[in-house]
Design a protein around this ligand. Structure first.
Ligand code: ATP
Length: 253
């Protein structure tokens, strides 16, 4: 049986009279990639930001790695990595300088070259953040979540706006991070991404969890209701064509 690393019970968040999160409960196991899926406004970011200690909750209980959010938020901060909006990075600094800045904030010593190598950006060490491509920016922002050697990282829609190669490359990176034992919590609007990447998925709608299981079990449960998809008559789709023609390799433009 896997260890529970995050336990959320009856979490409620009200913004004034509006209840954005309506009493959700879920556990995340150590070492898994856990997906939060839901339409815009479902309450995904609110829930994540509460667990990340960045937003106050209205009620409920959150335990992260044995630490209660109410009493030990500082301990939680030390063991998590949070992907910041890339707009928050100083655009004119190069990647080595930015890593130095973050390492200082965390009071950590890191080898910037090693960190950049882990996200396949060693060639860009001297490049300014603003001169990176969209995919490179995302990889760099994931690198910054790893600076404090966290046990859990939180990724909020990490592949939005990326091209197919860059998305696949990012999926590989996320799997690689998990293979080292790091727990990953990710929000996404992309079903293919959730299906490929996540061990388990919680589907959130209007502040409630409407389903929580492995992708396989969720699909099997739907099929068991008699649901049948219109038959795919072609064995490939346009994305397959695109990848076949333009290659799998990551673009470093
Ligand atoms: N600071 C705030 N004040 C008032 N209402 C808020 C605030 N932040 C979020 N909300 C509302 O709470 C609800 C949940 O928002 P949240 O950002 O958590 O959703 P989400 O599932 O992350 O959506 P998205 O996929 O669009 O990021 C929305 O209806 C939103 O308008």
């Amino acid at each position: 049986m896997s260890n529970v690393i995050i336990s959320v019970k009856d979490l409620v968040k009200k913004y004034g009279q509006f209840e954005a999160v309506k009493g959700i409960s879920f556990d995340v196991y150590e070492g898994e990639i856990f997906g939060l899926l839901g339409p815009n406004g479902a309450g995904k970011s609110t829930s994540l930001e509460i667990i990340e200690t960045l937003r106050d909750k209205t009620s409920g209980q959150v335990i992260v790695a044995g630490y209660n959010l109410d009493t030990h938020p500082e301990e939680i901060k030390k063991i998590i990595g949070v992907q910041l909006q890339t707009s928050g990075f100083y655009p004119g600094l190069n990647l080595i300088e930015l890593i130095g800045l973050f390492a200082g904030l965390y009071n950590r010593k890191v080898d910037p070259k090693e960190l950049l190598r882990s996200v396949n950006l060693e060639d860009k060490a001297k490049a300014k953040f603003k001169d990176l491509s969209g995919g490179q920016k995302q990889r760099f922002s994931i690198a910054t979540t790893l600076i404090n050697d966290p046990r859990i990282i939180f990724l909020d829609e990490p592949t939005t706006g990326l091209d197919p190669q860059a998305r696949r490359n990012l999926w590989d990176l996320i799997k690689q991070i998990r293979s080292k034992g790091t727990t990953v919590i990710i929000t996404t609007h992309y079903m293919d991404e959730a299906e490929l990447l996540c061990d388990r998925i919680a589907i959130i709608d209007s502040g409630k969890i409407v389903a929580l299981d492995t992708t396989d079990n969720l699909i099997d449960a739907l099929v068991a209701t008699g649901f049948e998809r219109p038959k795919d008559i072609k064995k490939a789709n346009l994305e397959d064509v695109f990848i076949q023609l333009t290659g799998h390799a990551l673009r470093e433009q």
